[in-house]
Design a binder for this molecule. Structure first.
Ligand code: BGC
Length: 418
């Protein structure tokens, strides 16, 4: 016993002498927008794991689906010289924060945890600034989903749609039976979430890339885009009068409760069904958005970390980054969140059928060219261009602007935002 004590004191002295530091407990203030039922359950998993390692989690939740409010708050905190320790920031915006020179270098933890080996290269590249990891990815969400209440469809005698014509037919029957066909949240990001699924369904992956990733004026003003606007307009007649301003999770609740037949939303909606104790294939159906089964609009959540002077805070950041990519967290978090793991090689068994389908489709669409980044969820273009697209889509949806005029405006406003 005594001998052990001496040995460990010696080991400690040696560690200090060699400059190897012992991890200190610290606080992480984490900015995120995960405030719905399913989202809150998911983020709680990370908080618990960090607290088990002795660190303190200071929650900085800014409500607002899609995260635009959170990003505004983050910018004002950063401008005031007081950013949080970590923030949910995605896609090309990571490079913009890198340009500011405020991000912490996560190379140490990335190397120790072999991030280059456990992450798909396309994802890893987005997490690096000038070759160094400055962000940690959490998951992969798919946008182009349709969430169905089978009981409502049954009562209305409607068939679950694969094509646009079938959607219109089913929606008409559901309305005639006294239900709301489409649970819709009238907020700009939700309108654009639905719109980008329409765009890929109408135009295919190459057209989507030209329009929504390269922001090509010819694609943006094309007849294909006019057709996409026509479809968006046709959804409106199947929504209820309380849709304007409605949060996405309240729209999901309408499907869960059997007030509405379906919702078009990314698979964070599945987190709401899961939190409500619902079983896929029984209480609800998760299917691709009409005419998009061969495409996968992806959305990867990630956290950037800001430079810290305090060693405890730096150690807490490293711990958070390490824990996020560990298999246990990847499993439990993604089951709650409705997404699939971003870490490669995870066992599929614990995941439900929609998640397993997503895993297969992710691989299949990566091979076929059908895997494309979500514009609405900040994977594809810089915020200025995304903002211009959102403006045109929401102005169109909430007015009587013609589809032809909307496509023309889209090209013009995107050009002005460049
Ligand atoms: C995020 C999801 C989130 C959703 C709704 C998306 O942009 O990637 O994690 O659940 O917005 O807030």
């Amino acid at each position: 016993m005594r001998r052990n004590v001496v040995v460990s004191v010696l080991a400690l002295a040696l560690t200090v002498f060699m400059g190897v530091s012992v991890a200190a407990a610290g606080e992480v203030e984490v900015l995120h927008w995960w405030t719905s039922g399913g989202e809150a359950r998911s983020v709680a998993v990370l908080k618990d794991l960090l607290e088990k390692e002795g660190h303190t989690w200071k929650d900085f939740a800014v409500a607002g689906g899609g995260g635009d409010t959170a990003m505004t708050v983050l910018r004002s905190r950063a401008v005031a010289g007081n950013p949080p320790t970590a923030a949910q920031v995605k896609g090309p915006q990571i490079q913009q924060w890198g340009d500011e020179g405020v991000l912490a270098d996560l190379s140490g933890v990335a190397k120790a945890e072999k991030w280059d080996e456990i992450l798909p290269k396309v994802v890893a590249d987005v997490m690096k600034y000038k070759g160094k990891y400055v962000a940690v990815p959490v998951n992969v969400h798919r946008i182009n989903w349709m969430w169905v209440n089978p009981e409502v469809f049954r009562k209305a005698g409607a068939k679950v749609p694969n094509t646009w014509a079938e959607f219109e037919e089913a929606a008409g029957k559901i309305r005639a039976a006294g239900f709301i066909p489409v649970a819709f949240g009238g907020q700009d990001w939700q309108e654009s979430t639905v719109f980008e699924s329409i765009v890929i369904g109408v135009g295919g992956a190459d057209f989507y890339r030209k329009a929504m990733v390269q922001a090509d004026p010819a694609a943006l003003s094309s007849p294909t885009m006019v057709k996409a606007f026509e479809r968006l307009r046709s959804i409106k007649k199947y929504t209820d009068k309380n849709a304007p301003g409605r949060d996405w999770n309240l729209a999901t609740a309408m499907v869960i409760k059997g007030e509405a037949g379906m919702q078009f939303m990314g698979d964070w909606a599945k987190g709401e069904f899961t939190a409500a104790g619902k079983t896929p294939g029984v209480d609800y159906l998760a299917l691709p958005f009409p005419e998009t089964s061969e495409y996968f609009l992806f959305n990867v959540d990630s956290f950037i970390m800001f430079k810290q002077k305090d060693k405890g805070a730096r150690d807490a950041q490293d711990a958070m980054a390490r824990l996020i990519l560990q298999p246990k967290f990847q499993e439990v978090f993604n089951i709650n969140k409705g997404s699939i793991p971003v870490r490669l090689g995870m066992a599929r068994g614990p995941f439900d059928e929609p998640a397993q389908r997503s895993m297969s489709d992710f691989v299949a669409t990566a091979a076929s060219g059908g895997l494309v980044p979500s514009m609405a969820h900040e994977m594809a273009v810089f915020p200025e261009i995304r903002g211009a697209i959102f403006d045109v889509v929401t102005n169109f949806y909430n007015s009587d602007m013609s589809p032809a005029e909307a496509a023309k405006k889209l090209a013009a406003e995107v050009k002005a935002a460049r």
